[in-house]
Design a protein. Structure first.
Lengths: 578, 721
């Protein structure tokens, strides 16, 4: 055996790819330093520093969108459309969370400056998770994400519920991490590599024991990631933690941790797609359970945060359906709809939890259903926004939620997972019950408390709510560009209307994948055969950097992406709205 | 030519206008609106065929496309026309009620959605408008929102039709009814929920809790036809494998309708019964190959005309006398002559007597039918005659009414009169020049416009039907006591709906009681199950060992470890448990030592000691163990622990029996001296080959030490004062 293979040149580092994560993490460090030396115990300087840092990170992500895909740092960090969009979502989630956090934390009497750096590091961890195919990086990202979350969940120290949620989350999370690590170790044992694309190579050896190790390894990793994404039956921490943690943390957790975990799940399952015969039936069962059980339980809950906790579990189930549809036939069905669902879900989640902070007063959080009685009279704007977000959660047309669910439904049907599609539809119907209960509390029920809760809406909260609402309503217009970007096709293709009225959506989808692209087929072959250029599940139209006859294309895609960012909103211009 | 979206837009626009109109101007506005809609209906009918489409979300293939042609055109025109009359009627019916504006706005919005449903040619637009009609129907049935019965009925209707809509969406996305059997079944279920065909019929009688204008418009003339319309548009006559089910469903629906028409006494419930029958008839017509749009349109229009009229008449009677019980009403013709005339005209049409449009429509349908369908159609016709006699004639004839009655204002009788008149004059209009060419375009070979079929067998069968129906109607009216129909499907659904939340609570108790212990237990149980699945699914793996006999030291060490672990299980003191686990760990270190790995053994010893110290520090402040779990819980936990531990052991054994590649150690052994100038290979690895890793580890350990000391010092400073 040639031992020189272990002598490797120092890896070349493409700092641009790493820049967003570095920016976010170092902003956290700066913010912590400011916290130590802050004058007058105010968090304003921390918040503005963080927002600027996040804004710059978002900008660096958007500017990268025209760049070719590829990995760097010896395959540890990856840049592809999905990673850029998901990182942007994470940055956006953090950005909006900061906007409404300060007023809420002051009302809850827990205005700790440490919240901001912790959230920034958590975001950085999530960004690492979604932009790597290296298992060790994935684990590190997960831990950075999680440990910050454990601390943040227990931030309301005077409340036993918050403390309980933190310790519960920590203990269960520690076991989940252990499972994940064990799984990584087994995969490493089977493949001799920490890179996910080696799974396919090891599987091809067709060695019984290797396969077995891979199955166990991937299975353990699914347990760990399933815990983070709160899939049934690893979901049990979620309702308690969501209810116990401060509301802004819950919102951040529900959006960021889910996006990161699903992103990681996508990478792992794509890497292990050869083993899908083993995990696909299991994940189908898990998806059905994850959609159904929380929806049934949520129907009789009385606390809005808890209801939304169950709702977020159910949403993880919907996302899983999209993911499974993609993995069932990776060539035919892209990951775009799932990513779109995540974008839409993150927008609604942040908006909804932002509205829940409205009732916080004098250290109490006020998230029981009865606390929202008569909201329409107190805060017409908040009540209106709430209806909009609930509509999107249910999936009522013209909101982003409708198109997201429709896309996933479509994918499931096209992938032959009709059962999942039907369960999804039924669960959407069941979920109306508790979602509409929230609307009923806000609109129909009368105020019951003798002294009404206050009637001011902090400007940061107002901004967050309106921005998310604009995003939820406007996102359907960006669905096509997002899809075009994610599937690596010419973003201008969407301006051509679909052929005729009689063609079903499935035909439209397939026709758009076979659209004549500017590159003829021979150009696509090097992209497939080039190792490390694109994983095998990536759509073949992922264009290699060498053959780029159309100089227009990258610029336009970045332009589209910049337009899209107005919907997801990370920081193009925060100042005027404030 | 008017672009097709205009017909959808006017309803929504008018609804908006009504919303901002002052209440005083509402009466005049609605009269104007009614006339406008009537004219619109006429204009729509005279339009040439046209289509209109706009892309919405091209990536999902979502677009809106509308078409004005054939049956769609007739139906949409009917919706607009009757909509106009209903708006006028509703203004008179609710009159002074403050909610009148809301009702009319909702009606107009519903009308727009219904036109959209009828004109949509793309799946998504169809689904969107379909659910919109369900939604407005929900709001309109529950219009009396103080009334729990109305709320219940509204919820039930919404759940049934809304869920049906979702199933329909599945079918449409799978390519529509012609694409595959599964898709056809989905479309059929959607259509059956909307059109209240058995077994989804039960929401319709409940929907009669709505104010009468709504029942007249939504639940007889328009919305419920959406389902059968879909069956026709999706060409169910070609999907033959579903015909037996459809015919059976129609037959059962017809029987239920007949039973209701005999045993119900409420005017609106009676009309609802015959609506069920008419819907079953239309569903059957959709299965007849070659029936063509003309026959379908004729039945649809004829039914809408007389049924809309009769509903409004029932509303008028209710308005004038305060009751809808058909047994309490008689002799109203003197007090309400105009209403009585309209009722008589509509009643004649409903019985299917010449020269009405309904007669011709019914004869055409019967002429097309095969024997099985024919029998069902006759059954339905009998039910219709019973209802016609009981609703349109009994209240107005016979001895004088015991109740006070007065003629209604024109807004309340004009609508029914116009509809009934149209029903009567329909055949003349059909023959007339303006509509003739258009209708000819709808006709197929087998359903030509022939008004009179002669004195054939069909004619005498029809006469017999009518005679039987009249006889039954008299029997039903004279029957001594009305039995409450044992109508359980609605109650069953209701109890299902109310039970879902309680399932939720049971489920949440089952799945998690919020106790960390149970959650951890489930976590491990599932993980063990997954491992077992992984093991079984691949057929297990071979464990390969060297089979050397164990030495004495090995036996002693393993026994020590096992004994310590076993005793730890039954100990009551935390410190003792930690100490015992420490012994177990130290035994493992001894094994390392026995197999010649002193460095590993040292590490293991150090870690064991450190762990014990940390635990002791942490546990010193905790209370003693208490017995918090019962016997069965312990057994369960023990089983989970055994399963998980067993699976992990198996896995470890499997890993051990796999061959490891020795390449890395070879590399280090060969390169330790030339590259790192050191003979201790482990040392060169730690400080040279992987120096950066070591640096990182040292940093981590230092930080952990800082953290621990911070915690301990803080604890001390807090506890001392």
């Amino acid at each position: 055996m040639n031992l020189d293979q272990f002598k490797v040149a120092p890896p070349s580092v493409d700092w641009i790819t790493l820049l967003p994560v570095i920016l976010v993490a170092s902003t956290g460090l700066v913010a912590l330093l400011i916290e130590m030396f802050r004058p007058k115990q105010t968090n304003v300087a921390i918040i503005w520093t963080s927002l600027i840092g996040l804004g710059v990170a978002a900008g660096s992500l958007i500017l990268q969108m025209g760049q070719p895909s590829g990995d760097t740092f010896a395959g540890m960090a990856l840049r592809d459309p999905a990673s850029l969009v998901l990182q942007l979502v994470l940055v956006g989630v953090c950005f909006f969370t900061f906007f409404f956090s300060e007023s809420y934390l002051r009302e809850r009497r827990i205005p700790f400056g440490e919240f901001y750096p912790l959230a920034l590091w958590s975001t950085a961890g999530g960004m690492i998770m979604v932009s790597t195919e290296n298992l060790l990086m994935l684990f590190i990202g997960l831990e950075v994400l999680s440990i910050s979350l454990y601390v943040m969940a227990g931030m309301a120290r005077q409340e036993s519920k918050s403390e309980e949620s933190a310790i519960k989350y920590f203990l269960l999370g520690a076991f989940a991490s252990a499972f994940l690590l064990y799984g990584i170790a087994l995969v490493y044992g089977a493949t001799g590599s920490l890179h996910l694309d080696q799974i396919a190579r090891a599987y091809a050896l067709n060695d019984g024991l290797t396969e077995k190790l891979l199955i166990f390894g991937v299975g353990f990793m699914l347990v760990g990631l399933g815990f983070k994404a709160a899939l049934v039956p690893f979901h049990q921490w979620a309702p308690d933690v969501y209810q116990g943690a401060p509301t802004n943390v819950t919102g951040f957790m529900a959006a960021a941790a889910k996006v990161a975990a699903i992103g990681a799940l996508y990478r792992v399952l794509s890497g292990a797609v050869d083993l899908s015969g083993t995990w696909m039936p299991l994940l189908i069962i898990i998806a059905i359970l994850t959609m159904t059980i929380p929806n049934l339980i949520a129907c009789q809950q009385k606390n809005v945060k808890r209801i939304l906790g169950y709702s977020s579990i159910a949403n993880a189930g919907y996302i899983l359906v999209g993911l499974l549809a993609h993995l069932q036939s990776p060539d035919k069905i892209g990951i775009e709809t799932t990513v779109f669902f995540l974008v839409s879900y993150a927008l609604v989640t942040i908006g909804m939890f932002a509205l829940l902070t409205l009732n916080a007063r004098d250290g109490k959080e006020g998230t029981e259903l009865s606390d929202f009685y008569g909201l329409w009279n107190r805060h017409p704007l908040a009540a209106g926004l709430m209806v909009l977000f609930v509509a999107s959660l249910i999936g009522i047309p013209i909101t982003g939620g409708f198109f997201a669910k429709l896309g996933i439904f479509n994918d499931a049907v096209n992938a032959g997972l009709t059962l999942l599609a039907i369960v999804l539809a039924i669960n959407s119907a069941i979920s109306c019950y508790y979602y509409l209960g929230i609307v009923r509390a806000a609109f129909v029920a009368e105020e019951t408390r003798p002294q009404p809760l206050g009637s001011t809406m902090p400007p940061g909260l107002r901004f967050t709510g309106i921005a998310c609402a604009v995003g939820v309503l406007g996102i359907s217009f960006f669905l096509t560009p997002i899809q075009a970007y994610l599937s690596g096709k010419d973003p201008n293709a969407w301006t051509n209307p679909p052929a005729t009225a009689s063609t079903g959506p499935s035909e439209n989808l397939s026709s758009s994948t076979t659209n004549p692209s500017p590159d003829p087929d021979p150009d696509q072959d090097p992209a497939l055969t080039n190792p490390g250029e694109a994983p095998p599940d990536q759509p073949p139209a992922d264009q290699p950097p060498v053959a780029e006859p159309d100089e227009q294309s990258p610029q336009e895609s970045s332009g589209e992406a910049a337009g899209e960012s107005e919907g997801t909103g990370p920081a193009a211009n925060p100042a005027p709205s404030r | 030519m008017v672009p097709p979206f205009f017909w959808v837009a006017i309803g929504f626009l008018m609804a908006l206008i009504v919303m901002v109109t002052p209440r005083r101007a509402l009466g005049a506005l609605s009269c104007f609106g009614g006339v406008f809609l009537g004219v619109s209906a006429g204009v729509l009918l005279s339009q040439p065929a046209s289509t209109w489409a706009v892309a919405w979300v091209p990536a999902l293939g979502v677009e809106l496309s509308l078409a004005v042609e054939g049956l769609r055109q007739v139906f949409a025109s009917l919706i607009l026309g009757i909509g106009g009359l209903i708006v006028v009627f509703a203004t008179g019916y609710l009159g002074a009620d403050v909610r009148c504006r809301k009702l009319i706005a909702l009606l107009l919005a519903f009308m727009a959605s219904m036109v959209g449903l009828v004109l949509s040619t793309d799946p998504l637009g169809l689904f969107l408008f379909w659910e919109l009609t369900s939604f407005f129907s929900y709001l309109l049935i529950g219009f009396e929102d103080e009334d729990p019965v109305a709320r219940r009925a509204a919820r039930q209707a919404f759940v049934i039709t809304g869920a049906g809509g979702l199933v329909l969406l599945v079918g449409l996305l799978m390519g529509g009814a012609s694409a595959s059997p599964a898709a056809a079944i989905c479309v059929l279920i959607g259509a059956m929920t909307k059109s209240a065909l058995w077994p989804f019929h039960f929401w319709l009688p409940g929907a009669m809790a709505a104010p009468t204008p709504i029942s007249a418009y939504l639940h007889s003339a328009t919305m419920v036809k959406g389902g059968v319309f879909l069956l026709f548009v999706q060409d169910f006559s070609k999907i033959e494998f579903l015909h037996p089910y459809l015919i059976a469903s129609a037959a059962v629906t017809g029987l239920i309708a007949l039973r209701m028409s005999l045993f119900e006494c409420d005017l609106k419930k009676l009309l609802a019964a015959s609506t069920l029958g008419a819907l079953a008839m239309l569903a059957l017509l959709a299965t007849i190959p070659g029936a063509g749009p003309l026959a379908f349109a004729a039945v649809l229009v004829a039914h809408a005309l007389y049924k809309g009229a009769l509903f409004m008449i029932a509303g008028g009677i209710d308005h004038a006398t305060g009751t809808r019980n058909v047994r309490e009403l008689s002799g109203l013709r003197k007090a309400m002559p105009m209403t009585a005339t309209a009722a008589a005209l509509a009643g004649v049409a409903m019985m299917g007597l010449p020269p009405t449009l309904a007669f011709w429509a019914k004869e055409t349908a019967l002429g097309l039918a095969r024997p099985a369908i024919f029998a069902v159609l006759e059954l339905i016709a009998v039910g219709a005659v019973v209802v016609a006699v009981r609703v349109a004639f009994f209240p107005f004839w016979g001895r004088d009414c015991v109740r006070e009655a007065h003629e209604n204002p024109p807004t309340l009788w004009l609508g029914p009169a116009v509809l009934a008149g149209l029903g009567l004059l329909g055949p003349l209009l059909l023959m007339g020049p303006p509509l003739r060419p258009f209708l000819s375009s709808l006709a197929t070979q087998s359903s030509q416009i022939a008004y009179w079929h002669g004195f054939n067998a069909l004619f005498f069968v029809s006469l017999g039907t009518i005679a039987v129906g009249i006889g039954l109607a008299f029997w039903a009216q004279k029957r001594p006591e009305a039995r409450a129909p044992a109508f359980s499907a609605a109650d069953w659904t209701e109890s299902l709906l109310t039970r879902i939340p309680s399932w939720g609570s049971q489920l949440s108790k089952l799945v998690s009681g919020g106790k960390l212990r149970n959650e951890l237990g489930l976590f491990f149980a599932v993980a063990a199950g997954l491992m077992l699945f992984g093991l079984i699914s691949g057929g297990g793996f071979l464990l390969g060992f060297r089979t050397l006999p164990p030495t004495f030291e090995e036996i002693v060490i393993v026994a020590l470890a096992a004994l310590a672990a076993g005793v730890a299980l039954v100990q009551g003191s935390r410190i003792a448990v930690i100490a015992l686990l420490g012994i177990s760990g130290s035994a493992i270190a001894l094994i390392y030592l026995a197999y010649g790995a002193p460095d590993l053994a040292i590490t293991q010893f150090l870690i064991e000691m450190l762990t014990v110290i940390l635990f002791v520090l942490g546990f010193a402040r905790l209370p003693r163990f208490r017995s918090l779990s019962g016997g069965s819980t312990r057994v369960r936990d023990a089983l989970i622990a055994l399963a998980f531990g067993g699976m992990m052991s198996l896995l470890l054994l499997g890993v051990l029996s796999s061959e490891t590649s020795g390449t890395l150690s070879d590399y280090f052994l060969q390169n330790a001296v030339p590259e790192a100038y050191g003979r201790n290979v482990v040392n060169t690895i730690i400080v040279d080959f992987r120096a950066l890793d070591t640096l990182g580890e040292i940093v981590v350990i230092a930080m952990a030490a800082l953290g621990v000391s911070a915690l301990l010092l803080r604890r001390k400073s807090r506890s001392t004062p």
